[in-house]
Write a protein that binds this ligand. Structure first.
Ligand code: 6PG
Length: 242
């Protein structure tokens, strides 16, 4: 596990953009495409806007990038809560990404059906090869969840499926999420987080007791890959080992 800690949000985002671009260039050079799973929520929005900006957008052959989602809210595609809608506005539309390069969750089906269909989309893309993303971007919730692997949910114990629906009783909503086994098959996994709302969760996940039911982000440990934590000093303030 590699930690990259930055004083300011801008330095953090610049480093994350550089990391994303270098991974994209290397993957495209090595195997002709870059399969990346995007995180949702608010933290990555500025990163996506930065990647789509004139300062950076010429650095990647975007026609060779395939975009997936680590999780999705179970809402219509035009709902402001949709992770895919956020990415479409911040990244796909400005870069004119073709639809066949974007793999989104079809939330017109019921939650179980949406998860099964998404898993099939991903399996079809990878054909007979193992499903190994070149990069999985993740965020961290204040409760130490990542993707939609929330504390106390059954999906934390999933060992076989790649995509599962998750019901969040306290919010009375469904999410569709990649499972930890699928994320852990990736070559690179990068957490991007900042701000004081993350400080406690970062300390619990990285230095607290091992308890994946309470701190699901502890499940993220790619066997044949590496995990990176990109954060600002505020989020990392609780760490004794920086
Ligand atoms: C989502 C994300 C989720 C997110 C964390 C952090 O769908 O919300 O995938 O796992 O990364 O909740 O969210 P913020 O970046 O908004 O703090």
């Amino acid at each position: 596990m590699i930690k990259h800690i930055f004083k300011t949000n801008n330095e953090l985002l610049l480093a994350m953009a550089d990391f994303f671009i270098k991974n994209a260039q290397k993957s495209i050079t090595e195997h002709g495409e870059f399969n990346v799973s995007l995180s949702g929520g608010s933290s990555p929005k500025k990163l996506y806007e930065m990647l789509a900006s004139p300062d950076f957008n010429h650095m990647v052959d975007w026609k060779k990038v395939n975009f997936f989602f680590g999780d999705e809210r179970y809402v219509p595609a035009d709902d402001p809560e949709s992770n895919a809608l956020m990415a479409k506005k911040a990244l796909f539309k400005p870069l004119n990404i073709a639809d066949d390069q974007i793999f989104t969750v079809n939330t017109h089906l019921n939650p179980e059906g949406s998860a099964i269909e998404y898993a099939q989309q991903i399996a079809t893309h990878f054909k007979e090869k193992p499903i190994r993303f070149d990069l999985v971007l993740l965020g961290l919730g204040d409760d130490a969840h990542t993707a939609s692997l929330f504390p106390g949910t059954d999906v934390l114990e999933e060992t076989a499926a790649t995509i599962k629906p998750v019901f969040l009783a306290d919010k009375n909503v469904y999410r569709i999420t990649m499972t930890a086994p699928l994320i852990n098959q990736a070559y690179h996994v990068a957490f991007l987080l900042f701000g004081d709302s993350k400080t406690a969760a970062v300390q619990q996940v990285l230095e607290g007791e091992r308890d994946v039911a309470k701190y699901p982000a502890q499940l993220i440990d790619p066997q044949g890959g590496k995990v990176y934590w990109f954060m600002d000093e505020t989020a990392a303030a609780g760490l004794s080992n920086k």
